[in-house]
Design a protein around this ligand. Structure first.
Ligand SMILES: NC(=O)c1ccc[n+]([C@@H]2O[C@H](COP(=O)([O-])OP(=O)(O)OC[C@H]3O[C@@H](n4cnc5c(N)ncnc54)[C@H](O)[C@@H]3O)[C@@H](O)[C@H]2O)c1
Length: 255
């Protein structure tokens, strides 16, 4: 599963799932760009760990909800490493609240990071992939909530549902260029985004009851899946979603 000679850009690479993906792809030999939004020290620590093991890592700051930000992530990656092969749209936020309480600002923030960010990062990456030739791969870190409704989290569900259709549509549009695009839909993964739930024993027990494999996922469960999906071993996979959720969707009767 070697990614020797490949270059990967991971948005939101300083923490949680994004950090694990950057470490995993670097271990397979890829040079990685870690985008961070506000956690510079955390991104530097991940990058230092990668370089201390002989890998290549570049740390860049960008707010993915700004088109100029994602364009600059791609152009600086290419300036440094000479090419781009893999984009992982991982950055994501959620601001759960009842439907009637959602403000325009909260709606714009969530859609801006979770959907618009992924869209324009993909656009910038695809321009580069087409220019250099030889194809490439885009992975969107979506969520089980691209398909599974979640009361009190409608904007997040709408953004992740949008990612599902983006992936299905772009798969056909980009296939002639040899570019694959795949969603990974994590279930409950132990990261800062759901720290509040995991700090509450009652909520954790209720969550575990919904997961047939009986454990909360780890960032590495997602990172291992990304490493495989971007490799040549998955070269016939595009335009679909892989659920990495311990069976949560099956238990919910959704799949
Ligand atoms: N943890 C879970 O249970 C879970 C489940 C399903 C889906 N996901 C998805 O996985 C992805 C990663 O989430 P996580 O669990 O690691 O959460 P996290 O909060 O630990 O990480 C989110 C990352 O996104 C970055 N980010 C936030 N706003 C940004 C912006 N404007 N510009 C650039 N980066 C920004 C953060 O800095 C951070 O690195 C998200 O897309 C999330 O929706 C997580």
């Amino acid at each position: 599963m070697s990614l020797q000679g490949k270059v990967a850009l991971i948005t939101g690479g300083s923490l949680g799932i994004g950090a694990a993906i950057a470490q995993r792809l670097a271990r397979e030999g890829a040079a990685v760009t870690l985008d961070y939004h506000t956690h510079r020290a955390a991104a530097d620590t991940i990058a230092a760990g990668i370089t201390s093991q002989g890998g290549k890592a570049l740390v860049l700051q960008a707010d993915v909800s700004q088109v100029a930000g994602v364009q600059s992530l791609v152009s600086q990656t290419v300036q440094t490493f000479g090419r781009l092969d893999i984009l992982v749209n991982n950055a994501g936020i959620e601001e759960p609240m009842p439907f009637l309480e959602v403000t325009e600002a909260s709606f714009d923030r969530q859609i801006g990071v979770d959907l618009k960010g992924a869209y324009f990062a993909a656009q910038a990456a695809v321009r580069q992939l087409i220019a250099q030739g030889g194809g490439g791969c885009i992975i969107n870190i979506s969520s089980v909530h691209e398909d599974l409704p979640m009361v009190g989290n409608a904007v997040y569900c709408a953004a992740k549902g949008g990612l599902r259709m983006l992936t299905r549509t772009l798969a056909s549009e980009l296939a002639p260029h040899g570019i694959r695009i795949v969603n990974i839909a994590p279930g409950a993964i132990a990261t800062p985004i759901n720290a509040a739930t995991l700090a509450d024993p009652l909520k954790t027990r209720a969550l575990l009851a919904e997961i047939p494999l009986g454990r909360i996922g780890l960032p590495e469960d997602i990172a291992n899946t990304v490493a495989w999906l971007v490799s040549d071993q998955a070269s016939y996979i595009t335009g679909t979603t892989l659920f990495v959720d311990g069976g949560l969707m099956v238990a919910a009767g959704t799949l």
